[in-house]
Each structure stands twice: as C-alpha cells, then as structure tokens.
Design a protein around this ligand. Sequence first.
Ligand SMILES: Nc1ncnc2c1ncn2[C@@H]1O[C@H](COP(=O)(O)OP(=O)(O)O)[C@@H](O)[C@H]1O
Ligand SMILES: [Mg+2]
Length: 293
Amino acid sequence: MTKCIAFHSYKGGTGKSTISSNLSASLAKKGFTAVLLDVDVYAPSLQDYFQWEPKKSINDYLFENANVDEVIHDLSTLLNKFPSKNGEETNPSKGKLFVAFSSTSKDEIYKLDGAVRQEGSKIQLLRKFLMLREEIVSKYNADFIIIDTSPGIRYWSINSLAIADTILLSLKLDGIDLKGTRLLAKEIYESLTKLGTKSYLLLNRAAGYCLPPGQAGEKTSETQEIYSNIAGDQKTVISKLNADVGMDTILSIPCYCDIQFDSNEFLTALRYPNHPFAGNIDTLIEKLQEMKS
Ligand SMILES: Nc1ncnc2c1ncn2[C@@H]1O[C@H](COP(=O)(O)OP(=O)(O)O)[C@@H](O)[C@H]1O
Ligand SMILES: [Mg+2]
C-alpha cells in the first residue's frame, strides 16, 4: 500500500525541502519506490537538490492536460552516482526515485494563483490534483508519495495535507514557530486527525551538535551558561508543546553548520552517507516503516 507523507510548517526555512528530498532519495537508495512532489507552488526549490531542469511541471498537468508520465521524472539513475554507507548493502536496481516539480516561471505561478481565486477553476484544479495522486498510486506502484508543501495556511498546502495519511510538521524552536504550530494544530490538524490522518512534529535545526563554547575556544562563563541551559530548555519546551497540541515528536534533527552555511542545496544524505544528517534520515525511515507495519 502507498504511504503518503506531507511535509508542512508554519514558517518557511524549517527544512521541509531539505528533509523531503533527502528522505525520498534515501528511500529509493534503500530499494523503495518513492515519488516526491514539489507542491510548494509559490517558491519551488527541488530543482536545486536534484540539479534537474524539468521540461514539464505539475502546472502542466493541472492546466494543460499533460500526461502523468510527462510530469513525473524518473531520476533513479542519479542514485548510482552516490556512494553507499560504510558496510551497507544497497539495492539500486530495485529502488526508484521519481520527482514532479512545480514550475518556477513567474507567469505560471501567477496563473495558478489567479485560478484558485475563482470557484469554478479552483474545483477543477482540485479534481486534477486528486487525479494526480490516484494516477501515481495506480501507475507507479509507489511505496511512498512524499509532498513538499508551502508553509502556513495556503490552498495547496491544505489540499496536500488532505490527501496525505501522515503529516510531518517541521519546526525550529523559536517563538514564532511555537505559536504558529499551535495555530496549525488547532485550525487544521485537529479536523484531519478526526478523519484518520496521523500528524507528528519534526524538530529541525535543534541545538546540540555544535561544539560547546569551551571546546570551541570561547571560554566565557556567559556563553557556557547559555549553552548548558539550551538543551534542558528544549526538552521542556517540546514536551509542553507535545501535550498542548496532542502530537508526538517523531524526531529531533540537530542544526549542522556545514549544511546551513553551504551556499548550495544538495542531497547531503546521499553525497555524504556517513554524515550524522544521513543517520537522522535513516532513523526517520525506520520510524515511518514502524508506522507502516
Ligand atoms: N538540520 C539542518 N542543519 C543545518 N541546516 C539545515 C538543516 N535543515 C535544513 N537546513 C538548511 O536550512 C535552510 C532552509 O531549509 P529548507 O529545506 O529550504 O526549508 P523549507 O523548505 O522549510 O523552507 C536551507 O539552507 C537548508 O540547507
Ligand atoms: Mg522549501
């Protein structure tokens, strides 16, 4: 059975695109069939991760009656370019990676934005979007459909959440994210949970990986004190948030400065399979599989 996972958040920059693209590629590397959809229609970014310029996009499927095969790009050969994790058996011949991109053309984005403001075309587009999911399930035999959405309360984000069976809400531990996460939980997730959708918090760019100030060379008592308070604070804040919104935290991924400060986006988990970020993606896969059984 196909598992459909949507990544969502209140704010932008919480790691939806990074985690969804690395997750999809790692699933395929492990032998699964993963179909990744870029439904962040106002700010598509997945082209960067896969270094791919699609001829046709999801927009063409929605508006121009393009066939599903024209907008779902088979990027499985990319997988063979990357090394395997030390000692791990991979199954590249079996694993499949498909990606559907959103158009980055300004005109296409305006067109989509205009169309969802008119009731008639809005419903028509929604029907096509549902059809896309059905076609992926029936034609691609996908183990996983993974959707990267826009942050906040947006038409296409809500549609994406509605067609998913699992939602991963990514957040950083800052005040706006915490407040926004509570808002999303109340306004959107509560009603989806009643319909059977499972939703989890995914903490990203959490404190913990960077060297404590003493080891990093800055030996002021203030920095030391702030640092030692952070980890304890995070635990308290998160367990309170879990209780308040009725959602568990599926995983907490630390902030890796090397990923944060690299000026390019790429598939860290595949390029550096022994990087601790890749380990986090593996843990996420294990947790998703546990849910599946
Ligand atoms: N765990 C992490 N550690 C460090 N940097 C990260 C991490 N996750 C994501 N990033 C970086 O944060 C930025 C925002 O991530 P992105 O995936 O684009 O967020 P979103 O899609 O939610 O807007 C990117 O530059 C990305 O490389
Ligand atoms: Mg993004």
